[in-house]
Ligand binder design. Structure first.
Ligand code: SAM
Length: 190
């Protein structure tokens, strides 16, 4: 059996290099989004999205993935000490390419910030059992509610490689590009 393609690193908040999570919190505030269910791809060990949404009075709930053991450990320590964050912010440890749609609820907002960054040579092999980047996008689009949002990070290391995938996805799915916010590109599901 294959081992999981986990990320053998952790990411502290570096707003100058990678501002997507901070921009995402700002976009949510700008839109005045409340009571939303959010899926977030890539927590960092700072957990700034889940942390902020859990304590800012919005009642937004964030379900997020990390593939880093250290980031997951940081989450455990965070929520062990703070019940309010635990209630509105749930993180799981996994490889997004191993997503099983049966285990996903519906979301109002989905971030795909790190699409095309972590696809390994074995990811979509039969033995590993993963899906492609387009497959990830399709699964999460299907789990996005009508009028929900899907966001990309234009500064991602994978964004150039993700661009043709996003272009094909846009043609094949009931989504429309509605604009940009700082480094984020925003789509809305019809
Ligand atoms: C460069 S860090 C960025 C973290 C955060 N979004 C930020 O901008 O500060 C990349 C994130 O993607 C996550 N990641 C890496 N490989 C992944 C995978 N295969 N599936 C899900 N998440 C993954 C890492 O755990 C990490 O949280």
């Amino acid at each position: 059996m294959s081992t999981m393609n986990y990320w053998a690193r952790e990411w502290e908040l570096q707003e100058d290099i990678c501002p997507c999570d901070v921009h995402f919190n700002q976009w949510i505030a700008d839109r005045g989004l409340r009571d939303k269910t959010i899926y977030h791809f890539g927590t960092g060990s700072h957990h700034v999205v889940g942390r902020e949404q859990a304590i800012n009075g919005s009642n937004n709930a964030v379900f997020a993935i990390t593939a880093s053991i250290e980031e997951y450990q940081a989450y455990i320590e965070l929520v062990a000490e703070n019940s309010r964050i635990n209630k509105n912010y749930v993180v799981y440890f996994g490889d997004i390419y191993l997503t099983n749609a049966k285990l996903l609820p519906e979301f109002d907002v989905v971030t795909m910030f790190h699409l095309r960054e972590f696809f390994h040579p074995n990811t979509s092999s039969e033995e590993y059992g993963g899906i492609t980047d387009r497959g990830v996008l399709d699964v999460f689009t299907a789990r996005t509610r009508s009028a929900g949002y899907i966001l990309f990070y234009t500064g991602s290391l994978g964004f150039a490689r993700a661009t043709p995938i996003i272009a094909e996805w846009e043609q094949a799915n009931p989504v429309e590009r509605i604009g940009e916010f700082k480094t984020l590109r925003i789509y809305r599901k019809r």
